[in-house]
Design a protein around this ligand. Structure first.
Ligand code: ZN
Length: 285
């Protein structure tokens, strides 16, 4: 039950968009689609796509793009409540507020409740991407772009990791969990981080998010800790575990609000400022 409720109220993070892009590709790529807006709020946009061939889907951070052979591009951001659900064709009559329905000879997809749903040009797409930091799930991601911002910033790591212009695709769950896994104090400033520590954090993010793409949900426990998780609970160290004992040290997990979202962390485990890598010792005075 917990899972279902959580999926309704947690903003999709990058792994969800990358899975969606893969699914739309498998179902629509190469096919002519009919596009409509049963709800009526995207009638003009849908008409621009109607009758053209869907070439490919692309995810970047929390943004989804659908490329059509006309050169037109569908841009979608699901926001907090959006869903884009696929079925076999022919689909049943639309139910609820369906902003966009795409149907091919094979499949159908209904988009509901997005924050953004628009038809853009490639220039507009590139302008949007230029405002985003690297996406750990993309092969073309360059972590040094994010580092250039992080190591000059006095903002906290918790704040920097939620900023899509620093790293694209991370949400509240990955933020909390990757900081925990790296034992980093969420309040530590970006400017205090050693380059190697950033490299470790990035590598961990890439692995965790790929795991999310494979598994379809965010699980972050290392194998040696998975047995300690309570039955029926998501396999996470701190996210939404406030007041419960840390799976590693037993300290109660805490929560506070950062950038309008709840941050979760373990004060026992997360003491590192990140000035040095784990195992690296101070030079003798
Ligand atoms: Zn702990």
């Amino acid at each position: 039950m917990r899972w279902g409720r959580e999926r309704l109220i947690a903003m999709p993070e990058g792994h969800t968009l990358h899975r969606l892009a893969t699914e739309l590709d498998a179902r629509f790529a190469g096919d002519i689609v009919t596009a409509s807006s049963p709800q009526g709020r995207f009638v003009e946009g849908a008409a621009l796509l109607d009758g053209t061939t869907f070439e490919a889907a692309e995810a970047y951070g929390k943004h989804l793009f659908g490329h059509f052979d006309s050169g037109r591009i569908l841009h979608v951001h699901l926001g907090l409540y959006g869903t884009f659900l696929t079925t076999e064709a022919p689909p049943p009559p639309p139910r609820g507020a369906v902003r966009l329905r795409l149907t091919s000879r094979r499949s159908s997809a209904d988009l509901r409740g997005p924050t953004a749903c628009e038809v853009v040009t490639d220039d507009q797409r590139l302008a949007l991407l230029s405002r985003l930091g690297p996406d750990p799930l993309r092969e073309d991601a360059d972590p040094t772009r994010a580092w250039a911002v992080v190591h000059r910033s006095r903002r906290s790591l918790a704040s920097l990791l939620m900023d899509q212009s620093v790293v694209a695709g991370i949400g509240n769950v990955y933020r909390a969990e990757v900081l925990y896994r790296q034992r980093l104090d969420p309040a530590a400033p970006g400017s205090g981080l050693a380059r190697g520590v950033w490299g470790d954090l990035w590598t961990d993010l890439v692995q965790l998010m790929h795991r999310g793409v494979q598994e379809g949900h965010i699980g972050t426990l290392r194998p040696q800790h998975a047995l300690r998780a309570r039955e029926g609970q998501p396999h996470r160290y701190v996210y939404r575990r406030q007041g419960e004992p840390c799976l590693v040290c037993g300290t109660r997990v805490r929560t506070t609000e950062v950038e309008g979202r709840n941050l979760y962390w373990c004060p026992g485990c997360q003491r590192r400022s990140g000035r040095r890598r784990v195992g690296q010792v101070d030079a003798a005075p």
